[in-house]
Design a protein around this ligand. Sequence first.
Ligand code: PEP
Ligand code: MN
Length: 347
Amino acid sequence: MLVVMKQSATDDEIGRVVDTIETMGYEARPIPGRQRTAVGLVGNDGRVDSARLEGLPGVLEVIAVSHPYKQVSREWKADDTIVTLDNGTRIGGAEIVIMAGPCAVESEEQIVGVAHTLRRMGATILRGGAFKPRTSPYSFQGLGEEGLRYLARAREETGLAIITEAIDAEGVEVVGEYADIIQIGARNMQNYPLLRRAGRYGKPVMLKRGMSATIKELLLAAEYLLAEGNSRVILCERGVRSFDTHTRNLLDLTAIPVVQSLSHLPIIADPSHGTGLRSKVTPMARAAVAAGADGLMIEVHPEPDHALSDGAQSLYPEQFEELMRQIAVIGQALDRKILSLPAMASP
Ligand code: PEP
Ligand code: MN
């Protein structure tokens, strides 16, 4: 339920609404908006008697939120959420944000080296898994905390922000210590203890769509993060399972406009996992920008043929550079620029 205040409502009147909600045994979440403030009511799992709230001074109207993912919904918050990082990157605004890097951190030279290359080519966020959720227990599982330290080194040298995955609830603290954005992977989209821990931790979280999750399930998983008080959440479409075997997954580009109409959260696309094939990444990245994605996550490896994971879908750096040129042109047609960091001072 949402209590929408009049434009003229005073702080005292908003405070009284908050107090009343709390006296009724629920939690109140004030949501300042461009036009007016609203106060959200959470903690109810059924109908709430709105009469007490409707009569309070300063209240314009009381709206029942019809979606089960209420704090994630546009009904709850009409304005787009913009997630701002320490290096100035804003995700969800007018500009398109590019995250790029190898699937996994493999060594200090690999991640720091590729970070410099990607920074020069226009990425603002460096990706790289230190804890890898692999389909086979015998595949490379990541360097763990050592990998996180290499990522931090790469950030120090380049100014790129870091996104890296936490694969379980216990891992949130250590990943959160190093990362600017904590990634929750497709296999963990409905790992509720992990979602709750990441929600409470408070750092920005990027939540990837499960490989057989509906959009509603994705939004409900995001609701867990917001319910814990973390509204700095980014969604990621990374492809779903299909009956066709030509690609690893089916990148569901419709999810972009659908999510944007249902939710205020930013949504980015990952055509690397979405296709699983290097030659299909660039076309689908172009299409995702055309579909209105707030950003892209692209796997790039300095030597894809020797990558310890996902080499077949990783771009060569030169291919990434060409992709950056192409999406800049597509962005222009939509009046959107690719977000860039200020030029680095030469050493
Ligand atoms: C990844 O980003 O490397 C990854 C494992 O992605 P997903 O969770 O989408 O499979
Ligand atoms: Mn990968």
